[in-house]
Design a protein. Structure first.
Ligand code: EPZ
Length: 431
C-alpha cells in the first residue's frame, strides 16, 4: 500500500493548479450513456474514481478513451451499443457513485441492473430517493441478490414518464440521477427541493449541450421537458472546488503565501467567508484565489450544509486548520452521520478534540507532532496531510489510496510549492 511521508514546517509559497472536479466528471461520464454519439469531456481529473468509472462504462460495452500526454485530461466516450447494461458489484463496491448509471440506463435502454452500493465509512448513504423518483416516473424496481433490477413501463416505447418530484431530502447524486432519467422521459418533469451544487449545474450544461431541455439547474426547482433522442457533445468540466478548498487551507495552515489557480472562486463563497473570519488574508481573482496568513489563526465555528452552505467535503480539512487556531471552534456535521473518522488520528498527532454526537469541539492552538496515521476516507486523508504539513517531524500516512480516489498527484502539486512530501510505494500500483 502506498504511503506518504511528510516532514512538517514549511510555509507553502507560489502557485498551485486545481484539476477538474471529480464529482462533476463522474456524473458527466454517466450522462454519455444517454446517447449513441460520442461525448468528449475536457478537464477530467486523472484520479482513481475516474478510472473506476471508465471500467464501469467499458464493462457495459461503451468505448471509453482516457487521454494521455497533452490530451491527458480529455476523455472520449461512445455508448453506441450497451451490450451488457449491468453495473457489476466488483466495480460498484469500490465506488458508490456507480449508482449514477441507474437513471441513464433505464432512460436509454428501458432497463438496468445495478449492484446496490454497500456501507460507507462516512455513513449509511442509502439510495432510496433515487429509487423513489424512478418509480414515480413509472419504473418498476425490484431487489434481487444484491442487485436492483429496474424496468421502464411496458408502454410501446418503454419510456419513463414525466412527473412531479419533491425530494424528501436534498441529495446531489439523487438530483443528478433523476435528471438524467427525465431528459428522455415522455413529457415534463418538475423537480423540487433539488441539490444546488455546482456539479448539478455542470451536468445540466452538458445535457443541454446534448439536446436536453433543462431549466433551473443550480436552483432548488428544476424543470425538464423530455426529448426523444440526445446527440453527442463536447464539454469542459468545472474546476474541483473541494481540491481548491483543500489547497486554500494548506496555504493558511502553513502560514504561507499561496495562489490557488484554475479554480472558480464563485463556488468557494462559504469557505472563503470562514477563512476571512479566521484572520486569513484572501485576494480573489477571476480564476484564482491567493491566501496569506502569518500562521496566526482565530477559532471559527462551522456547520456543514448543502450548497451554498459550508460543504461537508471541507469539514475534515477545516478541522485540521482549527487545531492551529487560537481558541475553541465547534464543528457540526449535518450531512453524514459518521464523518469524524479523522478525529482520533488528529488526536494521535496531539490535537485537542472532543466529539459529542454530530459536534466536534476543537481547542487550539495545539502544536502537532509527527506520528504514523491511517487514512479512512477521501477527505479525512486530506485533513491528515494538512496536519502533517505543520507537525513537528516526519509523519507517515498509510492507505493513501483513499486520497488517490479524488486528488490528482497531490504530492507532486504540494512539493511544487515547497512541501516536503513523498510517496512510498508505486503510483496507482496494487493496494
Ligand atoms: C455527493 O454524494 C458527493 N459525491 C459527496 O462527495 C458529497 O459528500 C455529498 O454529495 C454531499 O455534498 C458525489 O458527487 C459522487 P447526497 P451523495 O445524496 O450524492 C442522504 C467526496 O468526498 N440520502 O447528497 O451520495 C445521505 O445519506 C464525496 O467527494 C438519503 O437518505 O450525497 C446523506 O445523509 C463524499 N437517501 C444526505 O442524503 C438517498 O437516496 C446527502 O447525501 C440519497 C441520499
Amino acid at each position: 500500500m502506498d504511503k506518504f511521508v511528510i516532514r512538517g514546517g514549511n510555509p507553502l509559497l507560489g502557485t498551485i493548479k486545481v484539476s477538474g472536479a471529480k464529482n462533476s466528471a463522474l456524473a458527466c461520464m454517466a450522462a454519455a450513456i444517454l446517447t449513441e454519439d460520442e461525448v468528449i469531456l475536457e478537464n477530467v481529473p486523472q484520479v482513481r474514481d475516474i478510472e473506476t468509472e471508465r471500467r464501469l462504462l467499458s464493462s457495459m460495452g461503451a468505448e471509453v478513451e482516457l487521454g494521455y500526454g497533452r490530451a491527458q485530461h480529455r476523455t472520449h466516450i461512445r455508448c453506441a451499443v450497451l451490450s451488457d447494461p449491468v453495473a457489476k458489484y466488483e466495480i460498484v463496491k469500490t465506488m458508490r457513485a456507480s449508482s449514477l448509471v441507474l437513471g441513464p440506463l433505464i432512460a436509454r435502454t428501458g432497463m438496468a441492473r445495478v449492484a446496490m452500493p454497500g456501507g460507507c465509512a462516512i455513513g449509511g448513504r442509502p439510495i432510496d430517493l433515487h429509487i423513489k423518483g424512478l418509480e414515480a416516473m413509472g419504473a418498476t424496481i425490484t431487489q434481487e441478490h444484491g442487485y436492483l433490477e429496474a424496468r421502464a413501463p411496458k408502454n410501446g416505447e418503454a419510456r419513463l414518464k414525466g412527473t412531479h418530484i419533491v425530494f424528501d431530502k436534498i441529495t446531489v447524486t439523487g438530483t443528478e440521477d433523476l435528471l438524467m432519467a427525465a431528459v428522455l422521459a415522455d413529457g415534463e418533469t418538475l423537480f423540487e427541493n433539488c441539490a444546488r451544487e455546482p456539479e448539478v449545474t455542470d451536468l445540466a450544461a452538458l445535457l443541454n449541450a446534448m439536446g436536453a431541455k433543462i431549466s433551473g439547474a443550480g436552483t432548488s426547482t428544476i424543470r425538464v421537458h423530455g426529448v426523444a433522442k440526445l446527440h453527442g457533445a463536447r464539454h469542459r468540466i468545472n474546476p474541483d472546488r473541494i481540491e481548491a478548498g483543500t489547497f486554500l487551507i494548506a496555504g493558511a495552515i502553513t502560514g504561507g503565501d499561496l495562489n490557488v489557480d484554475a479554480c472558480e472562486p464563485n463556488h468557494l463563497g462559504s469557505l472563503l467567508g470562514k477563512l476571512k473570519q479566521a484572520g486569513v488574508r484572501i485576494d480573489i481573482g477571476t480564476d484564482h484565489v491567493r491566501v496569506r496568513s502569518g500562521g496566526n489563526l482565530l477559532a471559527v465555528d462551522i456547520s456543514t450544509e448543502e450548497y451554498p452552505g459550508f460543504p461537508t467535503d471541507m469539514q475534515a480539512q477545516f478541522m485540521a486548520l482549527a487545531t492551529q487556531a487560537e481558541g475553541t471552534s465547534t464543528i457540526t456535521e449535518n450531512i453524514f452521520e459518521n464523518r469524524f473518522m479523522h478525529v482520533q488520528e488528529l488526536v494521535r498527532m496531539g490535537a485537542n478534540i472532543t466529539v459529542a454526537g454530530r459536534t466536534a469541539t476543537v481547542r487550539g492552538k495545539t502544536p502537532l507532532q509527527s506520528a504514523a496515521v491511517m487514512c479512512s476516507d477521501l477527505r479525512a486523508s486530506a485533513s491528515l496531510v494538512l496536519a502533517a504539513l505543520v507537525a513537528d517531524g516526519e509523519t507517515i500516512l498509510d492507505r493513501v489510496y483513499h486520497m488517490d480516489r479524488g486528488y490528482e498527484r497531490i504530492e507532486e502539486k504540494l512539493r511544487g510549492v515547497g512541501a516536503q512530501i513523498r510517496r512510498m510505494g508505486d503510483v496507482f500500483g496494487k493496494k
